[in-house]
Ligand binder design. Structure first.
Ligand code: DGT
Ligand code: CA
Length: 577
């Protein structure tokens, strides 16, 4: 059990480093190493004995030394230093959404708040006001966050929940005892936020699987426990449900627990009209009581006369009718994308150099990638003025000479307050693709904001309106805008809109992207990458696109380079060669 004890301690070190405001890289390093240890099939002492620690994913020289220290002494000096002076209940505060680690620490230091209960009391009495910049509004937010936390109702953004779920799946697989394991619920449907993670497993040793699960270091507390099911609170601050089901009923259970409820109501009705009963245990003949399907989801749908329906569509938003008519869409996949149309470099607020950014896009197998750094009015992001944009264009040309992938010169150009663009037309004309975005004055009236964006879309050189509503999941509401008018303008002027795959944006949302596609407005699915790992964010954008019923034909960046360029710079409007 050394692996788990060590993992638990590494998770704790990560949290404590967070509280101390340490660098995210150090924090992540401990989290990654903890995850590796949690999922490790072999005893870490045995790995150390054969000199294999450094080959474990996420374990470098420093962490290998920490592991050696623990194996030799049973202690971690660093953890003891970090813990000094902090009560054991303190880390529970980090589960309250919206209360950052720094604020938590300030509350401890200045008010001695060391638990959720103490925090609640300080909110009620008003003692909290004025500490760490907390005013009335943040007090209200904290009180609401505590209520949601108590009720287990705080919704978690998709990306965070996916990371937790995938890690748990990997861990349980690696630890043996499970035969099949799948993510179900809203997370399998890829909703933008989820209430909890639902996991389904089959196993010949159900009791052992449940026991393994509840003793995982990343599991913070067990909230309910039965013979085939447990509910826990994960240390990442969300609930996880694990159910063990019969292998013969796995498909039926997966169908049932994937939902949505509304979709299930419809499938049950369809079953019953066919003289069959559909439940989490299978499809049964109503006369004989015999089970006619249950092993796989395909069998279950087939037994009620339907083709298998992709989970992302199961919201009772027309998928049942489409399935009946054989008209389900062939949804877009990550593999359909030929390039990324939104990427930053260290010329503005990205972390990669131009060369490394392009190399990373090439390594993903893309045909093209855009360079879309910010424009000058976004000073906070070190936006480019005309001169630096020209200098960047020269670098792009030089780099292109020794690069296979096509580098498109672009910009993420600010839409100014009145709808003008931050670069003059003749500059925009010299670029291959122009993205336009609102980054300021979010509080404009609905009429002003709508007019502002519509005007920008009328600019002949603008191609894609990116993150069209400006929302940030859980932290910033979309700005007030008449999206229908915006989409109509995009259609009129032949412009595209973006699904931004950045985990905190997912903008457009699924319903809006579906509307755009219905109007015939092309949709770009982009990563908005600012770092190497963030190219992966297109996968989240694709998830939103699939929930929006998009096929490859709806998506701008499934087009080959020629098609894309013919669209962005049609003949007669050609700019550079
Ligand atoms: P959420 O709120 O993000 O967790 O959304 P879901 O869809 O994951 O909801 P959840 O976790 O309460 O339940 C998972 C699935 O199980 C749900 O989509 C459908 C199924 N389910 C659970 N309870 C019921 C129920 O009372 N009736 C029906 N028809 N289905 C249910
Ligand atoms: Ca759920």
């Amino acid at each position: 059990m050394t692996n788990l004890e060590l993992a638990r301690r590494f998770y704790e070190i990560a949290s404590l480093l967070e509280v101390r405001g340490e660098s995210v890289f150090r924090i992540r390093a401990y989290q990654r190493a903890a995850q590796t240890l949690e999922a490790l099939g072999e005893d870490v002492a045995a790995v150390a004995a054969r000199g294999g620690l450094r080959r474990l994913p996420g374990v470098g020289r420093d962490l290998a030394a920490r592991i050696e220290e623990y194996l030799a002494t049973g202690r971690l000096a660093q953890l003891e230093t970090l813990r000094a002076g902090l009560p054991a209940t303190f880390l529970g505060l980090l589960e309250i959404r919206g209360l950052g680690p720094r604020t938590a620490r300030a509350l401890w230091e200045q008010l001695g708040i060391d638990s959720v209960e103490a925090l609640e009391e300080a909110c009620r009495s008003g003692r909290i006001l004025g500490v760490a910049g907390i005013r009335e509004k943040s007090r209200t937010n904290i009180v609401q966050a505590i209520e949601r936390w108590r009720a287990g109702q705080a919704r978690t953004p998709l990306a965070r929940a996916l990371a937790v779920a995938r890690h748990l799946v990997e861990t349980l697989r690696a630890r043996g005892d499970v035969d099949r394991i799948e993510i179900a619920g809203s997370l399998r449907r890829m909703r933008e936020t989820v209430k909890d993670v639902d996991l389904l497993v089959t196993s010949r040793a159900p009791a052992r699987v449940l026991e393994t699960f509840v003793t995982l270091p990343s599991v913070a507390a067990v909230t309910a426990r039965g013979p085939t099911r447990v509910s826990v609170r994960h240390q990442a601050g969300l609930a996880v449900d694990l159910r063990v089901v019969e292998p013969e009923a796995f498909g039926a259970a997966l169908q049932y627990f994937t939902g949505s409820r509304e979709h299930n109501v419809r499938t049950r009705e369809i079953a019953s009209r066919r003289g069959r009963r559909l439940s989490e245990y299978g499809v049964f003949d109503e006369r004989t009581g015999q089970r006619v399907a249950g092993l796989t989801e395909e069998d279950v749908y087939a037994a009620i006369g339907l083709p298998w329906i992709p989970p992302e569509l199961r919201e009772n938003q027309g998928e049942i009718e489409a399935a009946r008519e054989g008209a389900l869409p062939s949804l877009v996949t990550v593999e359909d994308l030929r390039g990324d149309l939104h990427a930053h470099t260290d010329w503005s607020d990205g972390r990669l150099t131009l060369e490394r950014m392009v190399a990373a896009a090439e390594a993903r197998g893309y045909e093209y990638v855009i360079v879309s750094d910010h424009s000058a009015s976004l000073a906070i992001a070190h936006g480019l003025d005309v001169e630096r944009l020209r200098a960047q264009a020269r670098e792009i040309r030089a780099l292109q000479a020794r690069t296979r992938i096509r580098i498109l010169a672009g910009t993420e150009c600010d839409i100014l307050e009145d709808g003008r663009l931050d670069f003059p037309d003749e500059v925009l004309a010299g670029l291959d693709v122009v993205l336009a975005a609102v980054h300021s004055r979010f509080k404009q009236s609905r009429a002003d904001m709508t007019a502002r964006i519509v005007r920008a879309l009328a600019n002949p050189w603008v191609n894609v309106l990116v993150h069209p509503t400006g929302r940030r999941l859980g932290t910033r509401e979309p700005y007030d805008v008449d999206l229908e008018a915006v989409l109509a303008a995009a259609r009129e002027h032949g412009k595209a809109v973006e699904i931004n795959g950045s985990p905190e944006r997912l903008d457009l949302a699924d319903v809006h992207a579906r509307r755009a596609a219905a109007l015939g407005v092309p949709v770009a699915i982009s990563s908005d990458t600012h770092a190497l790992a963030e190219f992966e964010h297109v996968a989240l954008g694709v998830a939103v696109a699939r929930r929006a019923w998009l096929t490859p034909a709806h998506v701008l960046n499934t087009r080959p380079l020629d098609g894309l360029r013919a669209w962005s710079r049609p003949a007669g409007r050609a700019a550079t060669g």
